[in-house]
Design a protein around this ligand. Structure first.
Ligand SMILES: [Fe+2]
Ligand SMILES: [Fe+2]
Length: 293
């Protein structure tokens, strides 16, 4: 096992569900945006009004709409135009992702570089889950929901960074080899709970759609592979790690994919195509991250 001597004393447990744990607060505007995810009736106008309340978020959405990542010919100057081009659901997902990472990283200094890597990883997994989902025949609103699942699968890690900045940074930064346990084991050992459980708890507390909360909870659980979205997120997670698109604290685990592949029911062909797609998209994903951060 890698050296985790700094991580041997168990930390007081704010996450012991229900025992005085304070749920980190998120901006009201974000809660309102999340609530629109579940509503079939949510309108572009409603989302536009919410985004316009946040000038920094508005600026990023515009930069993204004008970026090479989407290569629209038009010069996008308004949020309503961006929503029309990018789609209601993608803009919703981006607003949620950007806002969450923002509110948790405010004031973070030494751990900022690690959190940025996690954000790149999350953007990479988001793009890949959406691709898997689309390739498997689901498009449109479903594809955008897949994107959101990828973007937020490691939500619990952002919370751990916020709660234990330097301690969690050292656990996250440990160079793990294939034989080391996953970061979830380090989290359980030190905080009594792992990022998947923390993420689910927050997702529920904040009123995320129930399916999103359960994907966050189960994204490392091999027994949950019969849930198609869980298996898509797991596959995307492994491919992103393998190509080192960002970093999520679990570098050594790529070798496990060979064992996981049959369980994921991914054909060699699909797997190869996905790796090629990820390699092609890597630059876009990385610049996407820079634009949205
Ligand atoms: Fe994870
Ligand atoms: Fe991950």
């Amino acid at each position: 096992m890698a050296n985790i001597s700094m991580a041997t004393s168990k930390h007081p447990l704010p996450f012991s569900m229900g025992k005085g744990f304070e749920i980190p607060s998120i901006p009201l505007v974000l809660i309102k945006i999340i609530q629109t995810v579940d509503e079939d009736t949510s309108s572009a106008r409603e989302l536009e009004a919410l985004i316009l309340h946040d000038p920094a978020l508005s600026a990023r959405i515009l930069r993204l709409a004008n970026s090479a990542f989407y290569s629209f010919r038009a010069n996008v100057k308004t949020i309503s135009h961006a929503i029309a081009l990018l789609g209601l659901n993608l803009v919703t997902s981006l607003a949620i992702g950007i806002n969450i990472f923002d509110s948790f990283t405010k004031g973070a200094k030494s751990e900022a570089a690690l959190i940025n890597k996690l954000w790149t990883h999350s953007c990479g997994v988001a793009v890949l889950v959406k691709e898997i989902w689309t390739q498997r025949g689901h498009a449109g609103k479903d594809g955008e929901f897949a994107f959101l699942c990828g973007l937020l699968h490691d939500l619990g890690k952002v919370v751990l960074f916020k709660t234990y900045p330097s301690h969690y940074s050292s656990i996250f930064a440990i160079a793990k080899s294939e034989t080391d346990p996953a970061i979830s084991s380090y989290e359980e050992e030190n905080y009594g709970v792992d990022h998947a459980a923390i993420g689910e708890m927050l997702a529920k507390q904040w009123g995320f759609p129930a399916e999103l909360a359960s994907v966050i909870r189960k994204h490392h659980d091999p027994l949950a592979l019969e849930m198609p979205m869980v298996s898509a997120v797991m596959l995307a997670d492994f491919v992103a790690k393998g190509l080192k698109i960002g970093y999520d604290g679990d570098d050594g685990l790529y070798e496990d994919l060979t064992a996981l592949q049959p369980k994921l029911e991914v054909s060699d062909e699909e797997f190869e195509q996905l790796k090629e797609f990820a390699a092609r998209e890597r630059q876009n994903i990385e610049s996407f991250f820079k634009i949205s951060s």
